[in-house]
Design a protein around this ligand. Structure first.
Ligand code: HEC
Ligand code: HEC
Ligand code: HEC
Ligand code: HEC
Ligand code: HEC
Ligand code: HEC
Ligand code: HEC
Ligand code: HEC
Ligand code: HEC
Ligand code: HEC
Ligand code: HEC
Ligand code: HEC
Ligand code: HEC
Length: 462
């Protein structure tokens, strides 16, 4: 802030100092050329560890004019900020700190000198700020590093600035200057969370917080304050997902700032599911299978899973369907047939598969033209749901047929064998059956009525 003209000014000031150095009549000179300070009177104004430039040069007249030399009275050379701006450049910026607007450099600075480089009246910068501003932490327990260290001026210009709130720089630049690893993460990531690109202060408080990590709110309410759709899912879902409400909640899966994975996820989506589903879990309606074991148990993965897309079928944040499924799927083993209750499977597979009793095209699961999907599934009372025969996630068999079906505590084997034109099964629930698309098999109990009987659950419909 020192003006280029300072040297010239100082010269002029020093010349003028001769006037001020006239010993007043009521003071006895002590040396050959007594001055205001060596004259034995005002020594105290120079007794500062750090002296203001003009005082070091005995240039008292830079600021003091002799009003009446005879009476030894003085007036200030100029008023308000002009006193200082005679030698210093005026602070620049659209936002000017109130005390400067009011012309009060002296609210903060001692004109003669002080303990610190800027000879602040109150000692340190933060002590100085505290003389007018209430404790900016407002008693919140987690105080930001530089605030705790009294570094108000690490972020604020005490005089003026072009940024709101007298900030030294736009807030993101300011934060990222110190938070180099966050800066690196944001610069080098492919996916950046929009608010982190816009303004750190959308989520963080600069001074202090009741929450960890200087967050304005705890992470989950913070996320939900902007993501209304997720809020209503989380609050109203009939089936809640433990992942969203337990532990680090949203942060179990999402990064707050930036990442290389889509949807600001912490990892690729399927790897993330497996961080928790690599062991049996307890759900509200009973045990939940260890999915890494399930996936490892079958050589062939169901299409969307082979593409690592668990959310093709599951609503991660919660939903109204059984097992967080995106669409309806019957939770039961037997269910009266309704087309809509298979909306999940039929969002990718042809629904006519189970609609027509006779077909030569719709499905491979037929005996001649007898549609065995229709026969098993499309029943008013005890239709078999797809899970009776198919494994949704992974299986060893062709056509994702299961090896076994849980029946109570018993894993009932199905023993499916596929042939060129059909297949056979020998499950625990009925005698071995075959089907053949080219050379239809004749069933003992009549072509339309294989004696499918689940033990302990007689199926009168078949
Ligand atoms: C940069 C401007 C400036 C310079 C240079 C300066 N003064 Fe001051 N001085 C002031 C101001 C402003 C006040 C009034 C202080 C106040 O009101 O807070 C003051 C007040 C005083 C006072 C009144 C008592 C006090 O300490 O408040 C004395 C005595 C004094 N100055 C002596 C000197 C002497 C001697 C010199 C030179 C060695 C000198 N000043 C140089 C600005 C200056
Ligand atoms: C007569 C010229 C002059 C006047 C008037 C003047 N200053 Fe200074 N000021 C200087 C000089 C010279 C320096 C020393 C510059 C250096 O060391 O680089 C200085 C240094 C400072 C410094 C320390 C700056 C630093 O970077 O270390 C502060 C703070 C300061 N002045 C505040 C004020 C205030 C407040 C006023 C008004 C009350 C004022 N000055 C009036 C000449 C002046
Ligand atoms: C609200 C308090 C406050 C007011 C009012 C104020 N200053 Fe300062 N000033 C400071 C603080 C605090 C520093 C030290 C900044 C730092 O630590 O980096 C400072 C530093 C300075 C410096 C040193 C160089 C620099 O910019 O860091 C100069 C010169 C200066 N002030 C001049 C002035 C002048 C001239 C005025 C009036 C026009 C003034 N100040 C008004 C608080 C104030
Ligand atoms: C002499 C009293 C005084 C001192 C000392 C002081 N301030 Fe201020 N400050 C004010 C006043 C008055 C306002 C305007 C009213 C308000 O916003 O509270 C203000 C406003 C501010 C603002 C808001 C500016 C805006 O544009 O809204 C910030 C930031 C600020 N001060 C920071 C500081 C910092 C940092 C310090 C210490 C280096 C400091 N103040 C020292 C009196 C002071
Ligand atoms: C890490 C940077 C940083 C530090 C350090 C810092 N502030 Fe701030 N301060 C800010 C930011 C950013 C804002 C604007 C807050 C906002 O808009 O939400 C602000 C706002 C303010 C305001 C305006 C009122 C308000 O709360 O909006 C005052 C006054 C203030 N700070 C004073 C201080 C004081 C005093 C200190 C030192 C004890 C300090 N600040 C330390 C960044 C900082
Ligand atoms: C002057 C340097 C500086 C600036 C500017 C700064 N910080 Fe900090 N920040 C720190 C220090 C130092 C810590 C304490 C580090 C620690 O405890 O590991 C910290 C801690 C934090 C923490 C908590 C980290 C933890 O591990 O507990 C967050 C969050 C944070 N800062 C965010 C911000 C934001 C947002 C901004 C911009 C408004 C900002 N910082 C500006 C220096 C800075
Ligand atoms: C959408 C809200 C949000 C925004 C915007 C945001 N953060 Fe964060 N930040 C968080 C959350 C949540 C955490 C806590 C992460 C955790 O606990 O793992 C955090 C943690 C941090 C941490 C400490 C841990 C770490 O990752 O190093 C720092 C530092 C930090 N943020 C700085 C910043 C900076 C700088 C910006 C602006 C560029 C910013 N944040 C923007 C939400 C946000
Ligand atoms: C200040 C508001 C705000 C906060 C707080 C916030 N977000 Fe965001 N978030 C956005 C905006 C804006 C977008 C970009 C627009 C969009 O896709 O909705 C976004 C995008 C996202 C996306 C990517 C959406 C997509 O379509 O790719 C995810 C995931 C996300 N946020 C999760 C979170 C999580 C988790 C948190 C809490 C740590 C959080 N958000 C906090 C505003 C916010
Ligand atoms: C179990 C991991 C997991 C948790 C926990 C989680 N998410 Fe997600 N989130 C995802 C996945 C996976 C996607 C991508 C879904 C897709 O692409 O269909 C996603 C997508 C999003 C999206 C963008 C798409 C959309 O549906 O709008 C937002 C926003 C979002 N999550 C916010 C949140 C918030 C807020 C929380 C905490 C309440 C949260 N997430 C918790 C895994 C999770
Ligand atoms: C942070 C741990 C965690 C992560 C990550 C996680 N889950 Fe879960 N999940 C659980 C817990 C705990 C349960 C059982 C308790 C519950 O749902 O309330 C569960 C239950 C489920 C259920 C059964 C829900 C029911 O109650 O019927 C499904 C389906 C599910 N998770 C799918 C996923 C998918 C898909 C992913 C990956 C996008 C995933 N989970 C990631 C912890 C996790
Ligand atoms: C093609 C649709 C589909 C895809 C893709 C899918 N699931 Fe499922 N998931 C289901 C169905 C259907 C159920 C209910 C199975 C049942 O009860 O017969 C289920 C059940 C679950 C359960 C509960 C298991 C239990 O013991 O009841 C978990 C956990 C689960 N899935 C996790 C995942 C994970 C992790 C992925 C990604 C690797 C994934 N799912 C991909 C359809 C799918
Ligand atoms: C998101 C789309 C999607 C959903 C939902 C879906 N599937 Fe699939 N399914 C596929 C794809 C893609 C294939 C082909 C790749 C393969 O063999 O897994 C496939 C293959 C199959 C096959 C083997 C077909 C063949 O010709 O080899 C069966 C059986 C099957 N799915 C059953 C189901 C059942 C039962 C459901 C409902 C629980 C279901 N699918 C839900 C996408 C889906
Ligand atoms: C009683 C056992 C059984 C039930 C129940 C069953 N399937 Fe199948 N499904 C099969 C058999 C066996 C095949 C293999 C046909 C072949 O290629 O030989 C098959 C094949 C398929 C195929 C491959 C294309 C085709 O039709 O040949 C799809 C897709 C399929 N089933 C979906 C479903 C869906 C969706 C459900 C529930 C609505 C379901 N299945 C219920 C036994 C069953």
């Amino acid at each position: 802030m020192i003006a280029r003209t300072l040297v010239a000014v100082l010269v002029a000031v020093l010349a003028g100092a001769a006037v001020a150095q006239q010993p007043p009549p009521n003071v006895r000179p002590t040396g050959p050329t007594p001055t205001c300070t060596t004259g034995g009177c005002h020594a105290e104004v120079t007794r500062h560890p750090v002296l203001h430039g003009p005082l070091a040069a005995e240039a008292c007249s830079g600021c003091h004019n002799a009003a009446d030399p005879a009476k030894h009275t003085f007036s200030l050379a100029r008023q308000g900020t002009d006193l200082c701006l005679f030698c210093h450049e005026a602070p620049k910026g659209e936002v000017v700190h109130q005390p400067l607007k009011a012309g009060q450099c002296l609210d903060c600075h001692d004109p003669h000198g002080g303990k610190s480089r800027a000879f602040l009246k109150a000692g340190s910068a933060s002590e100085n700020c505290a003389t007018c501003h209430q404790d900016v932490t407002h008693g919140r327990p987690n105080v930001h590093g530089p605030v705790a260290a009294g570094g108000c001026t690490a972020c604020h210009n005490p005089h003026a600035s072009n940024q709101l709130k007298l900030l030294l720089k736009p807030s993101n630049e300011l934060c990222l200057d110190c938070h180099v690893s966050s800066a690196q993460q944001i610069e080098t990531s492919r996916v950046i969370h929009e608010p982190a690109q816009k303004d750190c202060l959308l989520c963080h408080d600069a001074h202090a917080s009741a929450e960890k990590m200087m967050l304005r709110k705890a992470a989950q309410p913070l996320c939900l304050s902007c993501h209304e759709n997720i809020r209503s899912t989380v609050e109203h879902a009939k089936t809640q997902h433990g992942a969203v409400v337990e532990g680090r909640q949203c942060l179990n899966c999402h990064e707050p700032h930036a990442t290389n994975f889509p949807r600001v996820l912490r990892n690729n989506p399927m790897a993330m599911c497996m961080e928790c589903h690599n062991k049996p879990l307890k759900g509200p309606d009973g045990p939940i299978a260890d999915m890494s074991a399930v996936l490892a148990s079958g050589k062939s993965l169901h299409g969307p899973i082979a593409e690592k897309n668990c959310s093709a079928c599951h609503q991660i944040h919660g939903g109204d369907n059984f097992r967080l499924l995106i669409k309806e799927y019957p939770p039961e083993f037997y269910a009266p047939f309704k087309e809509e209750s298979y909306a999940l499977c039929f969002s990718c597979h042809e629904r006519s598969l189970v609609l027509d009793p006779r077909t030569t095209t719709l499905t491979g699961f037929r005996n001649g033209d007898l549609n065995l999907h229709h026969l098993h599934v499309n029943k008013d009372t005890k239709g078999r749901t797809c899970r009776a025969c198919h494994e949704t996630h992974a299986s060893d068999q062709a056509k994702h047929i299961r090896n076994s079906v849980p029946f109570g505590k018993w894993e009932m084997p199905i023993r499916f064998e596929k042939t060129e034109t059909g297949g056979s099964c020998a499950p625990g629930c009925h005698v071995p059956y075959q089907y053949d698309r080219a050379r239809p098999v004749t069933y003992p109990s009549g072509p339309d009525k294989p004696a499918a009987q689940w033990p302990a659950a007689p199926n009168k419909g078949s």
